[in-house]
Design a protein around this ligand. Structure first.
Ligand code: SF4
Ligand code: SF4
Ligand code: FES
Length: 237
């Protein structure tokens, strides 16, 4: 194993080129460690984003050797075939600069899909008791640990074809909320059922394969599709 990594890093925005850095290989080194070393020791103008470094905030995602990943929890030894790394910004996002992408459209879609808890006009005075074994609680719990990293969105071919498609992360969030028995939103299914909503998903499974939190947006989207169909059969507007 070579003790030096050859790291190609995207420099620029929509147009640009790769710049190669030689970085010492270290035990337990993560991809984020490599990017940080480049910025601190080689080129202070390199732009990238991170916050927590422990897999909580979702801000460090990039494309690493062709695949979107969270970089703070990805060790170099898992991905650096032959001591080479190619780091690119997430796909399906506009690039601000280098490895930093613009997340506004992603979070605007979150809002459009009512991806927030709605307590209703008179929120309950006490804590709700939601049995852990109930099917609704189980469905919501399966998707609740999303950190909003955008890895699934970057991996989704339908987002690449149709930039208005809501995408897997937002639809997964909607699924957790429609299964939250405390939530009082009555329009969420309408918000996610248009031509750019859950019906547009082609069930490619890329989102589910790549999610670093082992969430399965594909199954959440399948659940939303069934819910929307059931509502249509019943004639509910
Ligand atoms: S579903 Fe997974 S991949 Fe998608 S934003 Fe959430 S944590 Fe990231
Ligand atoms: S399963 Fe659906 S949302 Fe997930 S990557 Fe495929 S098309 Fe996109
Ligand atoms: S830096 Fe927060 S998830 Fe990686």
């Amino acid at each position: 194993m070579s003790d030096v990594l050859q790291v190609e890093v995207w420099r620029g925005a929509a147009t640009g080129k790769f710049q190669t850095f030689a970085i010492a290989r270290r035990e337990h080194q993560t991809i984020l460690d490599v990017v940080t070393e480049i910025q601190r020791e080689h080129d202070a103008t390199l732009s990238y984003r991170f916050a927590c470094r422990v897999g909580m905030c979702g801000s460090c995602a990039m494309v690493v050797n062709g695949r979107p990943r969270w970089t703070c929890r990805t060790r170099v030894r898992e991905v650096a075939d032959g001591g080479r790394l190619r780091l690119e910004p997430l796909r399906n996002f506009a690039v601000v600069k280098d490895l930093a992408v613009e997340m506004t459209q992603f979070f605007d879609k979150w809002k459009a899909a009512h991806g927030y808890f709605e307590p209703g006009p008179r929120p309950a005075a006490d804590f709700a008791v939601v049995p852990p074994a109930s099917p609704e609680r189980q469905a919501a719990d399966a998707g609740i640990e999303c950190i909003g990293c955008g890895v699934c969105y970057s991996a989704c071919d339908v987002v690449a074809w149709d930039e208005d498609y809501l995408g897997p992360a937002v639809l997964n969030r909607a699924w957790t909320l429609v299964n939250d028995v405390r939530d009082r939103d009555t329009d969420r299914l309408s918000a996610i059922s248009g031509s750019d909503g859950c019906q547009a998903c082609h069930t490619h499974m890329s989102c589910t394969s790549f999610c670093p939190k082992a969430i399965a947006p594909t199954y959440a989207i399948g659940g939303l599709k069934r819910m929307v169909l059931r509502r249509a059969w019943r004639g509910t507007p």
